[in-house]
Design a protein around this ligand. Sequence first.
Ligand code: ATP
Ligand code: MG
Length: 224
Amino acid sequence: MTLIRLQNIEKSFRDGDNQMRAVLQHIDLSVEQGEIVSIRGESGSGKTTLLSILGTILRADGGVYLLDGDDLSHVADTSRVRAQKIGFLFQDHRLMPQYTAWENVLLPLLAKADSTTADQEEYALGLMRLLGVEYLRNQYPATLSGGEASRVALCRALVHKPQLLLADEPTGQLDDKHSEQVAELLHTINRELGTTIIIVTHSETLARTADRQLILHNGRLNEV
Ligand SMILES: Nc1ncnc2c1ncn2[C@@H]1O[C@H](COP(=O)(O)OP(=O)(O)OP(=O)(O)O)[C@@H](O)[C@H]1O
Ligand SMILES: [Mg+2]
């Protein structure tokens, strides 16, 4: 089944001289449920912009975006779709410093309800166990290593069981060993939970682990 379909997506930004500059032009993309797709491209080529459109954080200027059969192109409030179907993993993990690892992992659930259920907490604990960070649950982000923080952030991205995981440079600040670990974890998540994953990366090694590799260049997406 097709999870994502982008047709003729366009996005321009106004630059410092007040000129409109096209960042994405005519982007077509289909992603099947359960696929892992990597996207590479030069700095400034529009990768984060494209992920933001896929994550419904940004709206395209033109074109059609279908997610799980729903046409989101003209949906005014996408916060529900986002909260239910999409998980985000950022380069700089963005854990909240005032909360423990455990509280950070539960945060996406608390955006939708006042408290978490026993089932949800059990699932969250299972994720932390799967990613090997269960024993860190009472620690604060400042006391975690970069790799540990990434894994906690990955638990947080997955705790609401999203169909789609969007990862922007997930290994950007990690050394080779931890980058490999994150790549393996993404594959574990894909295999165990069936999550569709889109990885934006500068790392050719990470990109190559995907089922399909794409490159963004001159506002267009090409298969490698
Ligand atoms: N809100 C904005 N307003 C104006 N220009 C923007 C805005 N967001 C992004 N841009 C411009 O769009 C282009 C693409 O930015 P984007 O962040 O998508 O690139 P990227 O491929 O993710 O780069 P990197 O690899 O460095 O993260 C850049 O030239 C950037 O300056
Ligand atoms: Mg970027």
